[in-house]
Ligand binder design. Structure first.
Ligand SMILES: [Zn+2]
Length: 154
């Protein structure tokens, strides 16, 4: 995971300042809801961040329209990256909260062209709790989905 951590308050965060052109960046796409720019770390050539134009700390604060727009932009960037930086694979990574690996508290999704042995690692410790536990988890989630959505912040 990246080591840089932006602790700026909302509205003054590095991606808000980047979107406002207060700090330089290599922007590749902008629309009403999203902005896409080269990740300064460039894990592989063509590594782009897709962020919301509006400040939202994380996925939970997005509107449905922003969530849809982010995925559409990420797909367009992925298609462009395949042309400009052909790669065998491609990873989308979106982190929420420090425990989730988020380092800049402004929603963003990584679009990363992938190559064999490129050094990117994500450990995935399978737990396999069994069908009864899965059914219980599913019931809890289905009940939560039936509740009214959280109010939008905008
Ligand atoms: Zn921001």
């Amino acid at each position: 995971m990246p080591h840089f951590v932006d602790t700026s308050p909302a509205g003054e965060c590095i991606f808000c300042r980047l979107a406002a052109r207060e700090i330089p960046s290599a922007i590749v796409h902008e629309d009403d809801l999203t902005i896409a720019f080269m990740d300064i770390g460039q894990v592989n050539p063509g590594h782009v961040l897709v962020a919301t134009r509006r400040h939202a700390d994380n996925l939970l604060e997005l509107t449905d329209a922003e969530a849809a727009a982010v995925m559409q932009t990420a797909r367009h960037i992925a298609l462009a990256a395949q042309k400009a930086f052909p790669s065998a694979g491609l990873t989308l990574l979106q982190a929420n909260g420090a425990e989730g690996g988020q380092t800049v508290r402004h929603f963003h999704m990584h679009v990363v062209p992938r190559h064999a042995n490129d050094g990117i690692e994500l450990t995935w410790p399978r737990k396999e709790p069994g069908a009864a536990v899965l059914a219980d988890y599913a019931l809890k989630l289905k009940s939560a989905l039936a509740l009214p959505p959280a109010p939008s912040k905008d």
